[in-house]
Design a protein. Structure first.
Length: 188
């Protein structure tokens, strides 16, 4: 029995190593290839050079604050209060739209930047992530490096390639990730 190539790509590594930068480069490559892309990515919110929180942007459009030093919480991660409504009412429906699209067309890619401590406070997000990995679409995601039961379960899936990103290797990974996600006759 031959082993199938991994369908999903998980990027991990230390904070600031370039995971989101790599995801954005892969996203451009996917869009240039005409692949339907659904999902989200995060960006730091900075004021006077200091990080104040994180914004979340959807592939289909829309942007909301996921976490902020001004939000009281709970839940909290460090000094940031997390807005679970963003995960439950924006991200989950976005991923579900991607899964629905993947049932009727090939080549759909779901982007999730990131599967981390803040995002995993949402039980509905966790359920949707499992559906995404079990579904017909391919997944490109960043995932927390620190141990977490849910994250470790995803990292150990046989249909998933886990890549540790470093400042030294990140430039060479764009083409490799593109090949993995665009490979195959129909990309499915």
């Amino acid at each position: 029995m031959t082993q199938r190539a991994p369908r999903h790509v998980l990027l991990t590594g230390a904070p600031g190593c370039g995971k989101t930068t790599l995801v954005m480069a892969a996203l451009r490559l996917l869009r240039e290839s005409g692949r339907p892309v659904f999902g989200f990515w995060t960006e730091e919110i900075r004021q006077a050079g200091a990080r104040q929180g994180f914004a979340l942007e959807l592939a289909s459009g829309g942007r909301e604050v996921l976490a902020s030093v001004r939000r009281p919480g709970p839940p909290r991660v460090g000094r940031y209060g997390v807005n679970l409504e963003v995960m439950d009412h924006l991200v989950v429906p976005e991923i579900e739209r991607g899964l629905a699209a993947a049932r009727s067309q090939s080549g759909v890619v779901l982007v999730m930047d990131e599967i981390g401590k803040m995002e995993l406070f949402s039980a509905s997000f966790q359920q949707t992530v499992v559906s995404a990995f079990d579904g017909p679409a391919r997944v490109l995601a960043t995932i927390m490096a620190r141990p977490h039961p849910f994250a470790e379960m995803l990292k150990q899936r046989p249909d998933t390639r886990l890549i540790t990103v470093t400042r030294e290797n990140r430039e060479g990974l764009v083409a490799q990730i593109g090949e993995m996600l665009l490979g195959g006759a129909n990309g499915a």
